[in-house]
Design a protein around this ligand. Structure first.
Ligand SMILES: [Zn+2]
Length: 269
């Protein structure tokens, strides 16, 4: 066992580990890349979207080969080259358990994992996988995450359910790639209230979802699990809140719904 596989407890500040970077939202991914396939389970399946498949490459990124979305694989190669210089010992221990894998987020039946687009990777150190959800992170992952952040990759240690093995192209990086033509745009099926920075909607994950869920639980006294995953139950609660308050009932937390939700509930602890 290497000292780099030892785990360090993370405190509440783990939510801020990525600075301004945000995990890539389902709305963003669907808008710029389209749906990888029609149906998902908890198991890995291959994408069926031909536009996406065209962007998938299998290449060497330094310590190993990966199969993923072309710009993600290219960025990963840059990141790992920097890890090799800054943290050669950790670099020598790095492995992975997969990049492209179409499935739901673990324990979710609504949020699509970003592995589905091949823009996320789960790393191992010395063959050891960091345990998800225990609020701890391997020392080696902690040491290299700033290099990932520097190149626009978001570290899963900040997810509502800590997932320190996981790194993914951030929402900002995906938009960047889209803006600079590095992605082939998927079919135009994004919904009308898509992808504004302040919008929280179905398929989203993160602290902004936790806030919405906590406020909804107060505002409509619903049985809402503040798990940070915007699924069907959360959407139903949003629609109920909108119905009661005379807002447009679309199940999307846009500016108007968020403002009213914040005004009508005290700040959650
Ligand atoms: Zn992952």
């Amino acid at each position: 066992m290497s000292k780099w596989t030892e785990t360090i407890p993370l405190d509440a500040s783990r939510r801020d580990l990525n600075g301004p970077l945000r995990g890539a939202r389902n709305a963003t991914m669907l808008k710029v890349l389209g749906a990888p396939r029609a149906h998902y389970t908890q198991q890995c399946q291959d994408p069926t979207n031909p536009d996406l498949i065209e962007l998938v490459v299998r290449e060497d990124v330094g310590p190993f080969k990966v199969k993923g979305l072309r710009p993600a694989v290219e960025t990963l190669r840059t990141i790992l080259a920097e890890v090799k210089v800054d943290q050669p010992e950790i670099y020598g221990l790095l492995g992975h358990v997969g990049m492209l894998c179409c499935r739901y987020v673990r324990n979710s039946t609504s949020a699509i994992s970003n592995h589905s687009w091949g823009t996320a990777i789960d790393l191992t150190i010395d063959g050891v996988l960091d345990k998800r959800g225990d609020g701890r992170a391997q020392r080696g992952l902690l040491a290299i995450h700033p290099i990932f952040n520097k190149h626009g990759f978001y570290w899963g240690a900040a997810f509502p359910t800590e997932d320190a093995m996981h790194f993914e192209a951030s929402d900002q990086l995906i938009r960047d790639w889209h803006g600079t033509g590095r992605l082939i745009a998927g079919p135009a099926h994004a919904n009308s209230a898509d992808a504004g920075d302040g919008v929280v909607e179905f398929g989203d994950r993160g602290p902004e979802v936790v806030e919405v869920q906590r406020r909804l639980a107060q505002a409509i006294s619903g049985e809402i699990d503040a798990d940070g995953i915007f699924g069907a139950a959360t959407r139903a609660s949003v629609m109920e809140f909108q119905r009661r308050n005379g807002l447009t009932i679309d199940g999307i937390v846009g500016d108007a719904t968020l403002a009213l939700l914040r005004r009508s509930t005290p700040d959650p602890a």
